[in-house]
Design a protein around this ligand. Sequence first.
Ligand code: SF4
Length: 398
Amino acid sequence: MKTYSPTQISTFETCPRKYRFRYMDRIDTGVETIEAFMGKRVHEVLERLYRDLTLSRLNSLEELLHFYEERWRSLWHDGITIVRDRYREENYFETGKRCITDYYRRYYPFDQDRTIGLELRVKIPLTDGDPRYSMVGVIDRLSYAGNGVYEIHDYKTSTTLPDMAGIDQDRQLPLYQLAVEQMWRDVKEVRLVWHYLAFDKEIRANRTREDLGALKEEVIGLINRIEEEEEFRPVENPTCNWCEYRSLCPLWKHLYKVEGLEKGFGEEEGADLVNRYASLKKRLHEIEEEMKSLEKALLNYARKEGVEIIFGEGYKVRVKVDRVWRFPTKDKDPAGRRELEDWIKGIGRWEEVSYLNATTLDKILKEGRWDREELEGLKRFASPGERVSFYLSRTREE
Ligand code: SF4
């Protein structure tokens, strides 16, 4: 039976293919972003600080920065990537150093609480022992503030600071709260503390019983989705540039192939097909525009001359104008559309005008919108197939 972690769940939500690469295929590309590298080094320093404190040894800031530099230099490797080309290794090194320095100065002499766990692996109880929903996590630092108050500390080196709405959506620390509440009987309160080190900012929050109940349901639902997932499709998202699987990902690996070729985009078969496709699409668009204006001119001519057929050399065009009724549409007038549908249903004529929409059924199956039994019933009528679409767009400057 699989064991999940909050990181695994959020990876799946962001991109199922990345989840598959990392947690199912367990592919190690040897690539590491400099942001991840810097984060690990800063975490190591804070772990050392608090681990030594449990044995009454208070490191000086200089000692910690020396340790940081030593670890940075000895663990640096060729697989580290810097995505933002405006920045260099030194910029990240200095940012990590600043994170440590600010933290040290803010909390010195670190007597606000008593550390009771560092890099603490915990079991997260989502259910009363159902092995399908086994979950674990690692708490950066767990501290005890006295009187049954526990604090879960999480260190972030991200250079983006979330607002409270973002913090409220965080699942990781509230899931750890479930674990902490199960670990000790004297828990009266659990405080969640996010340290956004690059901003020297501490954010605190609490979760109610209702919040935690809803969170459990949500996570169980996500685990069910992972268990039922078959395709693990790649989903393009803002973190793609930092993804270690880009060179394997169906969305990006062709780019790696052509960029690696000596002649680049010039000679490669796929690139040539795209160039021809784009050029034809452009011509098609121009032709469509020209057709529209020609049709407008034909209509004007037919009206002016009072004719319905216009003759040319070897061809004729019939300009047929039919009177039609228009009704409110779902996108332009949703309220009017609803009213119309309710009225038709009310007079018992709905069967005559409604039709089964295969695209909606496909979506219901893919997103598992109905309950399990209904989905199984629907599947009896479905057979697997493919719908191929082509989307042409401009590539952005990376
Ligand atoms: S590059 Fe983007 S789409 Fe591809 S696996 Fe990574 S996150 Fe997913």
